[in-house]
Design a protein. Structure first.
Length: 583
């Protein structure tokens, strides 16, 4: 304590000793020179300093000298001055706290000393962190721009680098490209092998792609399994394609070995180029649009951005914006395609299909709006709407024309990830008083495999409730026999690609025959989709297919038309719509 007033020194010394139960000991001096001697020869926790001393009249020099001798020592000013500008000056000089003598209590004094110590420690840490500032900034910049998992440049660096590359291309009148890609079915890899294996796949992919690049190209990891390449100094747009081809071959030629597993990895690549895309934002947006087009086009791994894709993307955005009003205005309707029992020729069920006739865009094909709806909050709403509408029809038909028919509806795996979906489904069934066994949930083979764990849990819950489950689009090459054995399916629906020209294509016939034979041993009902020719129908009946549906039998029709024709459905031989007996 530096205090030249003996009574004040005694008072504050007593306060500290009593408040700390004599845990703190205090050395007291009353001059500047004694202060320096004490500081040089001893280790102190803090300095309690009066600004006015007999042998120096400049308090700034006192504070600077203390800082120089013991830079780690916190300083608390204790003064009788009431100058309101003084605290700010003192803080700028580096002191940790300021107290007026006439306001001090033991608790205030102790709290001030404790906080001063903490503030000084923080100040010293900051100084340490900022030492050699230029080098530190470069280090921090490097850390901020590097992906911690793959050590590749990250999203922040991508946008900075892309801006510079674009400006250079404009100055030099050259072409630059952004190649945007991700791993097909990466969620399935994580679900099947675990996230640690998924992380290793990302690292190995980064190594493989980097080796395949030219020296002018740079690879970035943007987020998750999304990567981007900036390719500079191109002379034409088409020069981006060989780069895409090389990285696709580098990734897909050999599987990635993780522990005991060999994981096959494929990618979809979207390509956008300057000068077609003029800004960084356009390059990223257009490459992303092109990547998703490549995903939908299974024939090729890469896709260049085009104006057509932009128009398609804008239409998708428009459709998404019209979904809420379409529901409010009751613009949706349901049509039904009969499913025919091959043994009896009777209609054993119907597949309920949703349709949308919008007041602004007119008729919107299902392939345009269903995927958008499933990725929004309205997927479950549309699903429940179809159940309500179909249940009205089923209850009218059952008992009047036939003893029992069921209704099938399509559900996306994404809806299973919504924790409220199952409850909404069950509540809707109860609301419309539809027996669970009259409902069949259809989910595509591709979606099951891409969301295996989520689907397994949801399908088991649905099965336990008594609802039938069908594996749709079977035969497209995404699932294995093991999934048929382990998942609770009642039916498999053979994809139309295998049924097409069944009477002419020997391979299609062999595969279809094998699927029906296998399903019979697994006690699964087989439904053939997309039957469009009489010859296909005859073969399916002969090889033991259980049920069929397709345009040759009946196109999807409205509930009104279905009810009108249902009484005559078995005798409609002239048009060969549904009757299949007797050929």
């Amino acid at each position: 304590m530096v205090e030249d007033n003996p009574s004040d020194a005694l008072l504050f010394k007593t306060m500290i000793e009593r408040a700390s139960n004599n845990y703190i000991s205090i050395d007291t001096v009353d001059t500047y020179s004694e202060t320096l001697n004490k500081l040089k020869g001893n280790h102190y926790t803090a300095v309690l300093l009066d600004l006015h001393l007999p042998d120096i009249d400049n308090f700034e020099n006192i504070i600077k000298t203390i800082e120089k001798i013991t830079p780690e020592l916190p300083v608390v000013i204790l003064t009788g001055s009431e100058d309101h500008s003084l605290p700010l000056k003192l803080i700028r000089l580096g002191v940790q706290d300021y107290l007026c003598k006439n306001e001090v209590t033991p608790s205030i004094l102790m709290r001030s000393l404790r906080y001063a110590k903490e503030r000084k420690e923080i100040q010293l840490e900051l100084k340490k962190a900022l030492k050699n500032q230029a080098n530190q900034n470069e280090l921090l910049k490097s850390i901020v721009r590097k992906d911690s998992l793959t050590s590749l440049p990250n999203r922040i660096y991508f946008f900075d680098f892309c801006k510079r590359a674009l400006n250079l291309a404009k100055r030099q009148n050259t072409v630059m490209a952004v190649l945007y890609f991700d791993i097909n079915g990466f969620k399935c890899i994580n679900d099947t092998y675990g996230h640690t294996a998924g992380d290793q796949v990302l690292k190995e992919l980064g190594i493989k792609v980097t080796k395949a690049l030219r020296k002018e190209d740079m690879l970035f990891r943007l987020s998750g399994d999304e990567f981007a390449i900036i390719a500079e100094h191109l002379h034409a747009e088409v020069q981006a394609y060989p780069i895409a081809k090389r990285i696709n071959e580098a990734v897909s030629t050999l599987p990635i070995k993780i522990g005991q597993f060999n994981i096959d990895v494929t990618i979809s690549i979207g390509i956008a180029v300057y000068p077609d895309s003029q800004t960084v934002q356009e390059l990223v947006k257009h490459a992303d649009i092109a990547m998703y087009e490549a995903k939908h086009n299974s024939d090729h791994f890469a896709c260049f951005y085009s104006k057509r894709l932009d128009n398609l993307n804008n239409r998708n955005i428009k459709i998404a914006s019209l979904l809420p009003s379409g529901l409010r205005r009751k613009e949706f309707s349901v049509v039904y395609q009969p499913i025919i029992n091959c043994l009896t020729g009777d209609c054993s069920g119907v597949e309920a299909l949703i349709r949308w006739n919008n007041s602004e865009l007119g008729y919107i094909p299902p392939e345009e709006f269903i995927n958008i709806a499933e990725n929004s909050v309205y997927g479950s709403t549309l699903c429940c709407y179809v159940i309500r509408e179909a249940s009205k029809l089923i209850k009218q038909l059952n008992g009047k024309y036939l003893p029992f028919i069921s209704v099938s509806i399509n559900v996306a795996a994404r809806q299973f990830t919504n924790p409220t979906f199952f409850n909404n489904l069950i509540n809707t069934i109860k609301e419309v008083n539809l027996p669970p066994e009259m409902l069949c949930i259809e989910i595509t083979e591709r979606q099951v495999i891409q969301n295996l764990k989520v689907c397994e849990t949801a399908l088991n819950k649905i099965k336990q409730y008594g609802i039938q489950i069908a594996l749709d689009d079977y035969g497209t090459g995404f699932s294995s026999i093991t999934h048929l054995k382990n998942l609770p399916f009642d039916k498999i629906k053979i994809d139309r690609s295998l049924i097409n020209n069944l009477h002419k294509d020997a391979k299609n016939f062999a595969l279809t025959d094998a699927i029906i034979s296998m399903a019979r041993h697994l006690d699964l009902t087989v439904v053939a989709e997309g039957v469009e020719h009489q010859e296909e129908l005859e073969i399916l009946v002969k090889i033991g297919c259980d049920e069929v549906q397709g345009f040759h039998l009946s196109k999807p029709i409205s509930a009104h038309n279905l009810k009108e024709s249902f009484a005559d459905i078995k005798s409609d031989k002239s048009q060969n719509k549904v009757q299949i007996n007797g050929f």
